[in-house]
Design a protein around this ligand. Sequence first.
Ligand code: ADP
Ligand code: MG
Length: 423
Amino acid sequence: MLNFIPLVTNLLISHGSTRNYTGKSLLRHVFFRVFPCASVAIMPFFIRLKQYQGPFGPGMNLLRKSHSPRPTRPDRLPARLFIVLLLSLAASACSQHDSEVYHDQFFAFGTLIDLTLYGVEPAAARQASELIEQDFRTMHGNWHAWEPGALTRLNRQLADRETAIADPSILPLIKEANRLSQLSNGLFNPVIGELISLWGFHDNPLPIGTLPDADTIKQLVAQLPSVEDITIEDNRISSRNPAVRYDLGAFAKGYAIDRAIERLQELGINNAIVNAGGDLRAIGRHGDRPWRIGIRHPREAAILASIEIDGDTSVFTSGDYERFFEIDGTRHHHIIDPRSGYPADRTASVTVIYNNAATADAAATALFVAGPDEWLAIARDMGIGLVMLIDTDGVIHMNPAMRSRIRFEPGMDIDVRLSEPLS
Ligand code: ADP
Ligand code: MG
């Protein structure tokens, strides 16, 4: 149980450093005193309460699931706090002192980055963690979709039809995003920044009670911004379509996690997890056991299933519960179907297991857009072998290999539809 890491929150408890990111709150203070070893686990919830958000998603959000016109929902708060207490008690109960595990957390990409190292000397672990944190901050600054940095500079130049000299910090990222977009048949489309901004997902907080203008959506979709419009020669990037605007929110977190894992490996660290708001890549093992990862239920504040991973594996989930607002009971979330210009409306969540995190991240978004009818074909095109897609009717679609990897939590009411094998 010690190495159980639900995506919903980090129940991997260690006694490494924790930091206070969210200012003072009496509740948190009391809670952390009473359940000190649970503090790591519940940090995300308090962060969520503070409504911290950023360009790459807000992180875990069980306490406040909606950016709806009823933003505080005080009526639900006690129930949600109760869930937090339960999860944290579970965490307390399952934790033991494990001097082999180093644990650290910091903010980047609008979410909580959670680093777990196994079997590393404390001084070396601290040093590694500081490096990783610095790397994340630099990447976040460079790749931000709307705060001034290398990516916004590139976007401005592309919009002005200039040939841009790409900053070395973004060139490899852009090339990989373009490649994955082509493989996904454009369903993962990193150049629909205008649409995403129009929907308000470049705003913080999210727009309450306003929908984008339907004609403007139509016009943007008709311009068909696509990575096919981009030409890259050496470090020069140009676009033949003025509607192209990079937004790497569906992919940059994964790419950053890959860089962090590379950094750890360079430092000789071979047993670790880098977890960004629930999306993670693990290398090695937790001592003599595999890592165990929980996958959250898209509609309940609960863990739906878990998987064990050994060696080098990424687990990424895209969900319609991550960033959304509601108007008249309709959920408008942050994963946009580039073909319609509207949020993809048949999927609740997609979990992808793959070795590298960048591909897993892009694929989770692409398969979310593909939905229950098309996910299998797109997964094949992208070379993904393990997928679970939960549609908005609650049906769980997965390929047989995924079914044999995953273990549903007891008592879950599940309706599984197995697909043909993926490979
Ligand atoms: P999360 O970051 O919440 O885990 P995703 O990886 O699916 O979820 O990324 C969603 C983000 O990606 C959105 O906030 C937006 O910035 C961007 N995005 C939305 N739709 C698409 C799409 N079809 N292709 C590429 N990026 C998208
Ligand atoms: Mg993604």
